[in-house]
Design a protein around this ligand. Structure first.
Ligand code: PLP
Length: 405
């Protein structure tokens, strides 16, 4: 891509060396140095093209350089990008109204990331317990194999030893539901429970849709014990499963929902959506953020919602999800390596055993991006604008990679 940007003149090797020298070594990155994207394709600095079945980990739902998002970026960049939450602006209330409409919730708090939405939800849960005039109603329940983020609150409800061990002591009054059964749920609840947090489809845990009876029991127990049902839809929400929220497939309504990732489809924005009965749990001054819900982020998210609606993308996601799953089912009938295909819409996991990271690397060599969740699951999160032909291209590449194994 011809470019006068001096940073784009550096070689891939120079760019990698700079990061190695100056960044905390927290990420193990793939080799590619990304230069730009267009539609469902990403390009690296060395001219390779990648068909994207990862979408920036469930973020870029409209692909890259979507003309309507580019137009909003240009216009709003000239108008005002940030003004702080000391002021009103035209887009935050409008976006909150749209999110309330699609979720069945009634109040919204905007954040900058998924983790931060979880942090806020945990504070609301504790504040809700306090409202019940029970100072000890502070226990938050979470599921084994969950992933909710990396800050202290979110990490404290992410029951994975490798993430938690180096950082103990964590936030107190967190307890685990030991299995995905109604019995295990019932054993975990007590009068001290103020909230149960769960992902309706566990993402990082390997694309695991929770059983319907488990979610229904969760709703019932939260009502019985006067606790909040918090659904983390950061990965599964905003249309990825063919409905705006995964819980809408189950017919179970939560009290709090967290979203982020594809909310502004490539620009950082998260949100906590809350039911009317908890609207007054947080008092003025008890929570806040400098950046969350700024004009640029909110206007982008409004445009994303318009595109999803005007272009019928929820139906498209459902149909393409069925197409992808059927193609994977056909591959499974010929390749014993594939043990299970699961998911909803364009949030699909292929249980493929310990070779998953090698398969991801082999796909990348063939110009296809995916990743491995839980080391044994091929995780597929393509943009909503992917086509059947591109899905065929992916399936043919996976077929060839599996044949080589
Ligand atoms: N919750 C879920 C379900 C996620 O998938 C993630 C990120 O992968 C998070 C929370 C954390 O979000 P973020 O990385 O934006 O902080």
């Amino acid at each position: 891509m011809a470019d006068s940007d001096p940073y784009m003149q550096r070689t891939a090797q120079e760019i990698r060396a700079l990061e190695d020298a100056y960044l905390f070594p927290t990420y193990s990155r793939y080799d590619a140095v990304i230069s730009h994207g267009s539609g469902a394709y990403l390009y690296d600095l060395e001219g390779r093209r990648y068909l994207d079945f990862l979408a920036g980990i469930a973020v870029n739902s409209l692909g890259y350089a979507h003309p309507r998002l580019v137009r909003v970026l240009e216009q709003q960049g000239r108008r005002v990008m940030h003004c702080s939450n000391l002021f009103y602006h035209p887009y935050q209330g409008a976006l909150a109204q749209r999110l309330a409409g699609i979720s069945g919730m009634s109040r919204v708090f905007f954040t900058n990331s998924g983790t931060e939405a979880i942090e806020g939800a945990l504070k609301i849960a504790r504040a809700f317990g306090r409202q019940a005039q029970r100072p000890d109603k502070s226990v938050i329940l979470s599921l084994k194999n969950a992933f909710h983020g990396r800050t202290f609150g979110a990490l404290s409800i992410t029951a994975q030893e490798k993430y938690q061990a180096p950082f103990r002591p964590l936030v107190p009054d967190v307890a685990w539901v030991e299995a995905l059964t109604a019995d295990a749920l019932e054993r975990a609840f007590s009068d001290r429970t103020c909230a149960l947090v769960l992902e309706p489809i566990q993402g990082e845990g390997g694309i695991i849709p929770l059983p319907g009876e488990f979610l229904r029991a969760a709703r019932q127990l939260c009502d019985e014990y006067d606790a909040l049902l918090v659904m983390d839809e950061i990965q599964s929400g905003m249309g990825r499963t063919g409905r705006y929220f995964a819980y809408q497939h189950y017919g179970v309504q939560p009290d709090l929902v967290t979203v982020a990732k594809s909310l502004a489809a490539g620009y950082p924005l998260g949100a906590i959506l809350g039911a009317s009965r908890i609207a007054s749990a947080l008092k003025p001054g008890e929570h806040g953020t400098t950046f969350g819900g700024g004009p640029l982020a909110c206007r982008l998210a409004l445009e994303v919602l318009d595109v999803i609606e005007e272009e019928g993308l929820l139906d498209r996601v459902s149909k393409l999800g069925d197409y992808l799953t059927a193609g994977l089912g056909e591959l499974a009938s010929r390749h014993a390596t594939i043990r299970e295909v699961r998911g909803l819409g364009l949030m699909v996991g292929v249980e493929i055993g310990p070779a998953a990271p090698d398969i991801v690397a082999a796909l990348r060599r063939r110009g296809i991006l995916a990743n491995a969740a839980h080391d044994t699951v091929l995780r597929l999160l393509p943009p909503f604008i992917i086509t059947e032909e591109q899905i065929d291209e992916f399936l043919a590449a996976l077929d060839a990679v599996l044949a080589e194994l």
